[in-house]
Write a protein that binds this ligand. Structure first.
Ligand code: ADP
Length: 273
């Protein structure tokens, strides 16, 4: 079956000394990340937390293979990352579904590129949509769905490719607070069933505490890893418990200076623009 646990050995992702300078060697050179060391285990849920502009998305794109490092290297189960792969699915804040395809055709689009026959594609899409609670919507068009449902279709589309790693770039940022919390619960269920590792970018402390096995806290740009905070509390986590409150305070303290630095830098950039 498509969602049986994945046969996986070794570290899912290893970043060693990863750096990224945009437009390196030009007058517009812009250092986004410096010397990132990070190891992610199979099935682990890791959240990247930090102020806007500290390089969280950049690191996700380097791991996806959509962008290339300017220093260090990224490995996926031991192999160097040299380009994008369906094994490492990326989900963005704004979902881009094809408006002229229905839900199941959108979900199975990657399989059609691979040349799978329609009946097989539909079966995989149905299974992926069952995982995200949207099997009833298989034949609907994207514009008939709410924002939360569209993001669930995006998750189903990623799952249909059976990724070993799901890369999520603030996937719920455009949703209202209540829908976002529902989506977090939903994502935790999907993640448990899939056996995949999740790397999830956010600047919301509450979201990090609700989701993560480990929170990777970034410094302001150039992004470095300031701290790694493991969270072993069982899920679903009671957001009003003393332990969660403690974590929230600790993460707020860790972020405070970085947010001030990021703010000062952005003001400086605005003055020189
Ligand atoms: P975050 O996800 O933490 O908000 P980003 O990774 O998006 O941060 O950006 C880190 C820095 O790199 C920012 O200063 C941003 O302006 C810059 N940056 C991001 N993408 C590009 C790009 N394609 N070209 C040039 N600079 C970029």
């Amino acid at each position: 079956m498509a969602f049986d646990s994945l046969p996986i050995d070794g570290d899912a992702i290893v970043c060693r000394g990863v750096s990224k300078t945009w437009a390196e060697g030009t007058r517009r050179a812009h250092e986004a990340l410096r010397d990132i060391d990070l190891v992610v285990q199979p099935g682990e849920f890791v959240v990247f937390l930090g102020p806007s502009g500290c390089g969280k998305s950049t690191l996700l794109y380097l791991i996806s293979g959509l962008e290339t490092v300017t220093g260090g290297d990224v490995r996926f189960f031991g192999d160097p990352v040299t380009g994008p792969s369906p094994d490492r699915s990326l989900i963005f804040q704004e979902t881009s579904l094809f408006p002229w395809l229905n839900v199941w055709q959108n979900v199975s689009f990657g399989l059609s590129l691979r040349g799978d026959p329609p009946a097989a594609r539909k079966a995989v899409a149905e299974q992926a949509l069952r995982h995200v609670g949207l099997v009833e919507a298989m034949d609907k068009r994207p514009d008939e769905l709410s924002g939360g449902m569209r993001q669930r279709v995006a998750v189903a589309r990623a799952l249909a490719m059976r990724p070993k790693v799901l890369l999520m770039d603030e996937p719920f940022a455009a949703l209202d607070v209540q829908t976002r919390q529902k989506m977090q619960d939903f994502l935790l269920d999907v993640w448990r069933d899939s056996g995949a590792s999740v790397l999830f970018v956010t600047h919301h402390i509450d979201e990090a505490v609700a989701l993560a096995d480990r929170v990777v806290v970034f410094s302001a740009r150039p992004g470095t890893i300031k701290a790694v905070v493991p969270i072993s509390l069982p899920r679903p986590r009671d957001q009003f418990s003393r332990e969660v409150e403690r974590l929230r305070i600790d993460l707020t303290e860790l972020l405070r200076d970085e947010v001030d630095r990021a703010f000062a830098e952005q003001e400086g950039l605005a003055r020189t623009a």
